[in-house]
Write a protein that binds this ligand. Structure first.
Ligand code: MEV
Length: 362
C-alpha cells in the first residue's frame, strides 16, 4: 500500500486567460487530496471515494471505466470523479510500463469538488504518485505534473491549461504561460477563502469564454488585459522579500488592487455568479486588501487577502457563503505520506530507530 497527497490551489491571478496563452499565477494552499493505492493481483481497479463533498461511493471495474457499474450517486459526479481517476491510472500504468496493473484506490480530500481550488488536479497528481510508487517507479514532481496535465487534458476534452496540475505537483507559487511552467518566490500571503457550497462546470465556463472571445474583439482584449494584470502582479512578487515573516502592507495593498481588477474582468467575461460577487463584496467591505473568484467560476470559491480575522468573520455572516477559512501557502507539492511496503521495510532494516513506527515518512 502507498499513500500520497497533493495540495489544492487558489489563483492569485490569471484563470481563464491562461487557456489562451496568457500567464497565470496560482498558489498551492494547505488543503490536500490524499490517495491510497494498493496493487492487486488482477487487472481490476476498485475505487473508494470519501469526503469529496459527495456521498462516499465504491465502484469496481475491470481494466477501464468503460464498464461502468451501477452506483447509488448522481451519474455526472461519478463520471467526473471516475474520469480523473481512470486517466491517472492510465498514466501510472504507462509510466511504470505495466499496462495490466490493477489497484484498490481510496480517495480522501478536504478540497471541495469543482469549487476553484484544484480538487481534480490534486487527486490526479496524488493518484499518479501513489500508483507509480506502488509499481516501484518514483517520478520527479515535474514528470508527475506533465502526466497529470495529460490526464486532465484528456478528461476536459483538451480544455485544460497546465496551471492546476503544475501548481499541485510543485507546491508554492508558480507561473504558467503556455508550456512554460516555473516556480516563483512569494511571501506567505494571508489568503482567506469563501465557499458558497456550489461548483461550476469548468468545461462549459471555458467554452463560454472562448465563444465570447471569438465573437467580440473587446472580450479578446479583456482576456489580454488579464494577462497585463498578471505580469504586473508578478513584478510585485519578484520585488518582494520571500523570506519576510509577513508581507509588507504596500505589497498586499497593490496585489489586492490587481485582484479586484482581475475579478472585474472575469465578471465581464461572464464567469462570476451572484454568490461569488456577494462574497467578494463582503470581503472588500470587511477590509480585505482585495478579493476575486478563483478557478473556473460559476460558483465555488473566492480568495481574498486579509491578515486580520475580519474577512473570515464577515464571510461567515454573508448569505450564500457556506464556509470561510484561512489557507496557508503550501510550500510542499506532491509528497508520499506512506511509502510502498517494500520501501518501508527496507528503510526500517537500515534505520533501527524507525522499526515499528508503521513506516510513515510524512
Ligand atoms: C480552472 O481551475 C482554471 C481555468 O483557467 C481552466 C484551466 O486553466 O485549465 C478556467
Amino acid at each position: 500500500m502507498t499513500v500520497s497527497s497533493a495540495p489544492g490551489k487558489v489563483y492569485l491571478f490569471g484563470e481563464h486567460a491562461v487557456v489562451y496563452g496568457e500567464p497565470a499565477v496560482p498558489c498551492a494552499v494547505e488543503r490536500r487530496a490524499t490517495v491510497t493505492v494498493a496493487a492487486r493481483d488482477d487487472d481490476h481497479v476498485r475505487v473508494r471515494a470519501e469526503d469529496l463533498s459527495l456521498n462516499g461511493f465504491t465502484v469496481e471495474y475491470r481494466g477501464s471505466t468503460g464498464d461502468r457499474p451501477d452506483v447509488d450517486v448522481p451519474a455526472p459526479l461519478v463520471e467526473a470523479a471516475m474520469g480523473y481517476i481512470d486517466a491517472a491510472v492510465d498514466q501510472a500504468r504507462e509510466a511504470a510500463d505495466a499496462p495490466d496493473a490493477g489497484f484498490d484506490i481510496t480517495v480522501e480530500s478536504d478540497i471541495p469538488l469543482g469549487a476553484g481550488l484544484g480538487s481534480s488536479a490534486a487527486v490526479v497528481v496524488a493518484g499518479i504518485d501513489a500508483a507509480t510508487r506502488e509499481l516501484g517507479v518514483e517520478l520527479a514532481p515535474r514528470e508527475i505534473a506533465e502526466r497529470a496535465y495529460r490526464a486532465e487534458h484528456e478528461v476536459q476534452d483538451g480544455q485544460a491549461s497546465r496551471a492546476d496540475t503544475f501548481c499541485s505537483a510543485m507546491g508554492g507559487a508558480v507561473r504558467v504561460e503556455g508550456d512554460d511552467c516555473r516556480t516563483i518566490d512569494a511571501p506567505p500571503l494571508p489568503f482567506v477563502i469563501g465557499f458558497d457550497g456550489g461548483a461550476g462546470d469548468t468545461g462549459a465556463l471555458v467554452s463560454g469564454v472562448r465563444a465570447l472571445r471569438e465573437e467580440y474583439d473587446f472580450a479578446a482584449d479583456t482576456v489580454s488585459t488579464v494577462g497585463d494584470i498578471v505580469r504586473r502582479g508578478e513584478e510585485l512578487l519578484a520585488e518582494s522579500d520571500p523570506d519576510a515573516d509577513e508581507p509588507p502592507e504596500e505589497l498586499l495593498s497593490e496585489l489586492g488592487r490587481f485582484m479586484n481588477f482581475n475579478h472585474g474582468l472575469l465578471e465581464a467575461l461572464g464567469v462570476s455568479s451572484r454568490s461569488l460577487d456577494s462574497m467578494v463584496w463582503a470581503a472588500r467591505e470587511a477590509g480585505a486588501y482585495g478579493a476575486k473568484l478563483t478557478g473556473a467560476g460559476g460558483g465555488g470559491c473566492i480568495v481574498s487577502l486579509d491578515p486580520t480575522p475580519e474577512t473570515q468573520t464577515a464571510l461567515r455572516f454573508t448569505p450564500g457563503c457556506e464556509d470561510a477559512f484561512r489557507a496557508e501557502l503550501a510550500t510542499e507539492g506532491v509528497r508520499v505520506e506512506v511509502p510502498p511496503e517494500a520501501d518501508a521495510e527496507a528503510e526500517a532494516e537500515t534505520d533501527p530507530e524507525r522499526e515499528g513506527d508503521g513506516g510513515n515518512s510524512a
